[in-house]
Each structure stands twice: as structure tokens, then as C-alpha cells.
Design a protein around this ligand. Structure first.
Ligand SMILES: [Zn+2]
Ligand SMILES: [Zn+2]
Ligand SMILES: [Zn+2]
Ligand SMILES: [Zn+2]
Length: 199
């Protein structure tokens, strides 16, 4: 949803539009349509106003399947056929047919997105095509976690390696053990001894 009215939905076309798909009973193709909702501004008893959306129920329309042309009768109300989405869906099906999908999570190459890695790119590992995320998971399991009683590591999915995160060091004065972030490993004294030393 777009950020229009301070993050709240308004009555602009973007806020009112939702995307739906209708499956063709003949070829199973996912046909994408847009539905433009009606927006009404209502003020509640506390005087706070907000937009409320309703989906029109009429007219009930038929739909020609984008892929096979089959006439799907009485699919309900929709505003428009989303041909850009339908073209993408055709392309997606094509890639699935060519086997350009992650063997683990079935994400489609260059079509699907991952929040961390962006557009899916496949890489081969042990005879399988894997997306970035599943590839990182395999590497993580291959390289043993080097963490010990005095060191903690985390796996960086982008660098594909274990990175030192925390280190346990005893204070050179009182001998008390404490966990420090890796970048603070030079701190030889615990906070208490450090403060006492300054007096
Ligand atoms: Zn809006
Ligand atoms: Zn069809
Ligand atoms: Zn995957
Ligand atoms: Zn100390």
C-alpha cells in the first residue's frame, strides 16, 4: 500500500486498487485482474476520520483466459485485466518448464524476489540449482561453526562465512570473565576496574 496520507490509505487510485487472480478451469493459468474499490470517508464518535473500502459486487463479468482464450463465465466483479501481470505469469510458467527454479524453495530465477537477496539468481551446488538463500544454507551446514567457549561466531549469508561476533576475555586486574563484541576485544579491564583505575 502506498504511503499517502501519513501512511494511512486514502481515496487515491493506488490505495483503492487491489490485485486478484482467477484460475482458468481449462488450462489452470492464473489470470490477473485489478479491482478498484470504493472509498468512503467516515468519522467515528471520537471525531477520528478514516477511509473505508468496499468492493463493488456488480456488474458480474466473464473473463477470457489470457493464455488459452477459454471464456470463463461469471467470475464476479473486476475492473480491468492486468495484462502486464499476465505476461509476467506466462514468462514465469516458461521458466518453471525450463527448470529455472530453486530445487529447495521453488523460487523462480529472475522472477521472484527475496527480501534480503533481491532478485533470485540460481547457483549450482551438488548438482542442484539453488537460490542465494538456499545456497547460503548449504554452505553454512558445510563449514562447521567455529564458536568455542570463548568465541561466538555468526554466519554471514552474503559473505558466506562465519564471522566473529563476541569474544570472552578475563579482566587483567580482577580476572572476571566477560563477553565483548569482537571490535572491543582490546578492552583489557572490566568496566569496574577501568573506572577504579581512573580515580
Ligand atoms: Zn492513496
Ligand atoms: Zn486457460
Ligand atoms: Zn531457494
Ligand atoms: Zn576487573
Amino acid at each position: 500500500m502506498p504511503n499517502c496520507d501519513f501512511g494511512r490509505p486514502c481515496d487515491c487510485i493506488d490505495c483503492r486498487t487491489i490485485y486478484e487472480h482467477i484460475k482458468c478451469p481449462k488450462c489452470n493459468f492464473k489470470n490477473y485482474v485489478t479491482v478498484i474499490r470504493k472509498a468512503e470517508y467516515e468519522v467515528d464518535r471520537k471525531g477520528i476520520g478514516a477511509y473505508y473500502f468496499t468492493i463493488p459486487t456488480e456488474p458480474i463479468k466473464d473473463l477470457n483466459c489470457f493464455k488459452c482464450g477459454f471464456l470463463i463465465k461469471k467470475v464476479g466483479y473486476y475492473s480491468d485485466v492486468d495484462n502486464d501481470a499476465n505476461k509476467r505469469e506466462i514468462e514465469r510458467e516458461e521458466r518453471i518448464k525450463q527448470g529455472r527454479i530453486c530445487a529447495e524453495c521453488q523460487q523462480v530465477e529472475e522472477m521472484d524476489f527475496d527480501a534480503r537477496f533481491g532478485r533470485v539468481i540460481l547457483k549450482e551446488k551438488n548438482g542442484k540449482n539453488l537460490c542465494q538463500k538456499c545456497y547460503a544454507e548449504v554452505i553454512k551446514n558445510e563449514i562447521p561453526d567455529p564458536s568455542s567457549d570463548t568465541e561466538k561466531y555468526y554466519f554471514d549469508e552474503k559473505e558466506l562465512e562465519w564471522i566473529l561476533e563476541k569474544i570472552k576475555i578475563s579482566c587483567e586486574v580482577c580476572g572476571k570473565e566477560r563477553w565483548l563484541n569482537a571490535e572491543n576485544h582490546w578492552k583489557k579491564k572490566c568496566l569496574k576496574c577501568y573506572r577504579e583505575n581512573k580515580k
